[in-house]
Design a binder for this molecule. Structure first.
Ligand code: FAD
Ligand code: UDP
Length: 367
């Protein structure tokens, strides 16, 4: 039925899910990625010591979307995993997101659930409207907790003050009056049993899919002969920065292996809001459950230059994105999907959802 051919730029979630959906529908697809591997930023690999690590920082899968979890379950088995994070303030580590135990330990209190709610009510600085990330945090927990846990972490992560970022950034982090110390409360929380890269290999393993790595779209677009393109890279790059650069925040990852330590820290990730140039340290064995005599960790150093990892949610950036989006609408044979192409602070499951929707849309148009 579908004898058209599609070129897919990017072998991350957006590109790989699109590839699989189109291939299953009978289309022939060719996937390229400028990196030498598939899986995009979710890529994992054994480091030189045999520990499974995430090259581009810690990736924990969580979703409330049963349909999305079932979709990925076609390509992997899972290991149940609930991520836990602690935040270090003045040399002491506390449960994070802030919960009742955080308050009790930090302030030497013995609050019950109603007491914690009353505490937040007393210290919060009501804001109306809640427009920025500063508003979100002050409105919920007040200035002291804001300054201890959020202000400097956010400055480090984004190079911006929380007042310069949209509410959605800090709103990712809940505030709890109970003692739940999980980072996420989604219905489905699990890691691919054999890693993300294996899951992507299974997704792309289809007779209608070919994959070519270390190929930059910029070098092949002039001789593109496909009927349709799925583009999952930065949208401003696609249009040769016609309206200027869209800001994307980058990171430098410092990986380290500690041969003599079975465990480096008590939980998967420890955040350092106020100390160091890095934001957080993640120890992979917590995430993967791997047994190994040593352990491997990664530190994340935020920076402007480098691979684009995060869209920067601010009104002026979204306005610039909208201008690119208008150009994108005029590209009739190109589908723009994914965190970089849609300039949205998407988690993995949201990218899967966006790609499934884009594939359905494309296939219904072609039918
Ligand atoms: P990407 O994974 O970025 O894939 C795009 C691909 O396109 C890349 O491989 C790139 O090389 C390729 N490409 C770009 N331009 C070109 C070109 N010109 N030619 C050829 N190829 C090109 N999400 C969660 O759900 N849980 C987490 O715990 C989590 N942790 C994260 C931690 C970090 C440090 C980061 C940066 C992200 C995290 N995410 C997490 C988000 C997750 O990484 C993304 O939602 C998801 O990987 C985005 O998929 P994508 O396909 O849109 O983009
Ligand atoms: N944040 C913070 N302190 C923390 C953790 C997060 O201020 O200890 C803020 C910060 O602005 C961060 C945002 O909350 O960028 C979202 O955090 P999340 O852990 O979801 O970021 P990601 O894992 O996507 O980097």
């Amino acid at each position: 039925m579908h004898n058209q051919t599609t070129l897919i730029v990017g072998a991350g979630y957006a590109g790989s899910v699109m590839a699989r959906e189109l291939a299953d529908a009978g289309c022939r697809v060719h996937v390229i990625d400028k990196r030498p591997h598939i899986a995009g930023n979710a890529y994992d690999e054994l480091d030189e010591h045999g520990v499974l690590v995430h090259r581009y920082g810690p990736h924990i899968f969580h979703t409330n979307g049963e349909r999305i979890f079932e979709y990925l379950s076609r390509f992997t088995e899972w290991r149940p995993y609930e991520h836990r994070v602690r935040g270090v303030v003045d040399g002491v580590s506390y449960p994070f997101p802030i919960n009742r135990d955080t308050l009790n330990q930090l302030y030497g209190l013995d609050l019950d659930e109603a007491g914690a709610a009353a505490f937040f009510e007393r210290v919060r600085e009501p804001r109306e409207p809640v427009a920025t990330s500063e508003d979100v945090v002050l409105n919920a927990v007040g200035r002291d907790l804001y300054e201890k846990f959020f202000l400097n972490y956010t400055r480090k992560q984004w190079g911006l003050d929380p007042s310069q970022l949209k509410a959605g950034v800090a709103a990712r982090i809940p505030v709890r009056t109970n003692t739940d110390d999980r980072y996420f409360t989604d219905t489905f929380q699990a890691m691919p049993l054999h890693g993300y890269t294996r899951m992507f290999e299974a997704m792309l393993d289809h007779p209608n899919i070919t994959v070519e790595l270390s190929v930059d779209f910029a070098d092949v677009r002039a001789r593109n002969h496909h009927d349709h393109i799925v583009y999952t890279g930065p949208i401003d790059a696609y249009f040769n920065y016609r309206y200027g650069h869209l800001p994307y925040r980058s990171l430098r990852f410092e990986h380290e292996h500690l041969p003599a330590a079975d465990r480096y820290q008590d939980v998967g990730t420890v955040n350092y809001p106020n100390d160091h140039a890095y934001t957080r340290i993640t120890e992979f064995k917590h995430l993967t459950g791997q047994q190994h005599a040593g352990t491997s960790i990664v530190r994340e150093y935020p920076q402007d230059e480098g691979d684009p990892y995060y869209p920067v949610p601010r009104a002026e950036n979204e306005a610039l994105f909208k201008r690119y989006e208008e150009l994108a609408k005029l590209e009739a044979d190109v589908t723009f999907v994914g965190r970089l192409a849609q300039y949205r602070y998407y988690n993995m499951d949201q990218v899967v959802g966006a790609a499934l929707a884009a594939a359905k849309n494309f296939l219904s148009r072609e039918a």
